[in-house]
Design a protein around this ligand. Sequence first.
Ligand SMILES: NC(=O)c1ccc[n+]([C@@H]2O[C@H](COP(=O)([O-])OP(=O)(O)OC[C@H]3O[C@@H](n4cnc5c(N)ncnc54)[C@H](OP(=O)(O)O)[C@@H]3O)[C@@H](O)[C@H]2O)c1
Length: 257
Amino acid sequence: MSASAPISIVTGSSRGIGRAIAEELARAGHQLVLVARDAAALARVADDLTGRGAAVLAFAADLREEPAAADVVAATERRFGAPTVVVNNAGTAPADKVENTTTSTLRETFDLHVAAPLAFARAVVPAMKQQRHGCLLHLASTAGLRGYPFTSAYTAAKHGMVGLARALHAELGQAGIDVYALCPGFVDSDITRAAAAAIAARGKSTAEAAFARMAAQNRIGRMHSPAEVAAAVTRLLRDRPRGCVYDLDQATPGFVD
Ligand SMILES: NC(=O)c1ccc[n+]([C@@H]2O[C@H](COP(=O)([O-])OP(=O)(O)OC[C@H]3O[C@@H](n4cnc5c(N)ncnc54)[C@H](OP(=O)(O)O)[C@@H]3O)[C@@H](O)[C@H]2O)c1
């Protein structure tokens, strides 16, 4: 592994989009720090990537807890050095009608999608400023750009995640730090499969029909795949184009600001 290989933290990398991102970045030669709550699932991904020759540290943490991001960064520094990339991908997508959406659900969703990315930025920006180099990427969503029903906590948090990216982009661009919010529509992962199953369990429709309705809400008219999202992440990290909020759910994906 070359000394100048990127040192990249990927949160939520035990499955779904985060795992696909970790696999892509491993192929691109990044040194990787994987984060999720389930230590056993994370260890399986780490073993797989290590077996393919990647340098990987697995760190189990609940990113809703305040010290977690700082702990991840400290462990990264001990193992590899100062992180040069943080991909804030960890997420959950609570779905319910507004009457059932509690303040504690809203707070927990903001803790994960907004407070954790801010805590990562606080911890990594001083070294990135010194090196005049670094990248913060928020795995946001088209739910950060427009409204969807039955997702008030999630949609509000994803708007917060996009807003945080815009503020960091405005503040840190002059310091050589790129900040992106990548916005896919619905992606074929555990989150969408679980949402379709929950709709089916309420007897409203079959899971297959619910899944197809979600796919039809995407402007591209189909689900994104995790690999497609991971490829977009890898392109942004490699090419560092000018811009901040990148809408993937378009026939021609691109920056919207
Ligand atoms: N799927 C979609 O349709 C879609 C669309 C647009 C954007 N996104 C965004 O893409 C990201 C990844 O979604 P996905 O579909 O890949 O979901 P997923 O398959 O459910 O994976 C979520 C990942 O986040 C981790 N995670 C969840 N809560 C955590 C916490 N409190 N602390 C640390 N890690 C946590 C999970 O591991 P543990 O459970 O072990 O912690 C898992 O690794 C999310 O931010 C989501 O909002 C998804």
